[in-house]
Design a protein around this ligand. Sequence first.
Ligand code: IFM
Length: 449
Amino acid sequence: MAFPKDFVWGAAAASYQVEGGAYDDGKGLSVWDMFCKQTGKIWEGNTGDVSCDHYHRYEEDARLIGEIGLKAYRLSICWPRVIPEGVGKVNEKGLDFYDRLVDALLDNGVQPWVTLFHWDYPYSLYLRGGWLNRDSSEWFAEYTQVIVDKLSDRVSHWMTLNEPQVFIDAGHRVGRHAPGLQLGFRDVLTAAHNSLLAHGKSAQVIRARTKSKPMIGAAPVGITKIPVTDKPHEVENSRRRMFSITEMNCSSNTWFADPMVLGRYPEDGLALFRDELPDFDVDDMKIIRQPLDFYGVNIYRGDVISSDQPEPILGADGPALTTMNWRITPKALYWGPKFLYDRYKLPLVITENGMANMDWIHHDGKVHDPQRIHYLTGYLGELRRVIDDGIPVKGYMYWSIMDNFEWAEGYKQRFGLIYVDYGTGERTLKDSAYWYKDVIASNGESIGK
Ligand code: IFM
C-alpha cells in the first residue's frame, strides 16, 4: 500500500514540551513556566524546566530524526525565548538556537516545519491582558516577522497556531491549562477572536516577507465523528455533527476553521452564543481569512456515532484505550480528513496523530511497544484508504518524536517514537521508531494491505 509519491512522512514536538532550558540564555518566562509553579496543577508537580533538554541536545536529536528517515520535523518556537518580553528587544541567543536547530535538521536531510505558537505565551504579555488584549494580534505579527526574517530562507512550511480550541478553551475557560483562567464566556470569545486575528496577521506577514515560497496553514484539533455504518444517512449525520456547535465552549471545529477558511463565524455558534457575543469589528474577517496552502489538523480519535442516539457508541470501533484513556479509533483518519476536505477544500496534512503508551526499557535494552505499531498500522491504513478515495492528504506527522512533557499530565504519558530517560536524558529508539523507519523507506509499502 504505497502512499503517493512526495508524501511527507514526519513527526512533531513542541517547544515547551521538549526544550527545557527554561531559564537559559536570556529566555523570558512563558505562561507555562508560571503555571507549572502552582501546586496541584501538574501531575506530581512536574515542570518543563529541563524536560528532554532538547535545547542542549538538539544536535543528537536532529541526528536521530535523520536516522529514522523523517522527511519533515514539525517544531515550534518558544516566543519568549526569542523575544523575552513578547515584544521589543530580540534575544539573539534564543533566536540563534532555532537557527542552529533548522541547520541541524537540514544537515540530516530533514525539512523543518515551523509552528509559531504552541502555547508558551510570553508571561509579560499575559500581564498586559494576553489574548484578551486586542493588541495581541499585533504582538504576534511582530514576533512572526522576527522569525520569518531569520528562518524563511530555509523554512517554507509554517503553521500559525496549534490547537486554538485547546489553548483558548482549556486555558481560558476551564483553567486546566496555562494560564489557568476560568473566564466568563464573553471573555473566552474575545480571546478566541483575538487569536484568530493573530492567525490572520501572522499569515499576512509570512506571505509578505518570506524568502522562499511559503506553505501556510494552522494546526487546529480535528474533532471527528465517525459514522457507525457507511449508509448515506449515517454519513450525513456524522458530517452534520462534526460541524455543528451545540455547547457553550470553543471546542468545536467550526468556531476557528470557518473564520480562517470561509471568512465567517458559523451560524449555529452565533445563534447559540448570541447573549455572550462581544462586538466584533466587521472588517476583522478580512484579516482572519487569509489564503491558506494546507489545512493542518491534529486527529487522535473520533466518536463513533449513530443517527438514532445522541451519545457516542462506546467501544464500537474496538474497545482499546491508550494510557490517556483515549479510544483507539483508526477510522478517525478516514472520516476526519474526508469531512474536512469536503467542507474546506484545502489539501490536508495530519499535523499530529499518535498514542501514549506504557513504555519502558526491557531487559534486552529495547523498548517494545507493539501497541503503538498496532495503532499506527490501523490509522495509517485508514489514511491510505481516504487518499485512495481522492482526498488530497499531503503528509502525516506522528506525535511525538520523543516522550515529553504532556501538559497537565506531566511526564506520566509517553507518546514518543523515542524513549527518553528523564533522569539521564538518554534516548532509546522504540520498536515503533524502527517500524516507522521501514514505513518511510518503503513509502508505506511495508505496512501491508
Ligand atoms: O501533547 C499534545 C500536543 O501538545 C497538542 N496536541 C495533543 C498532544 C497530545 O495530548
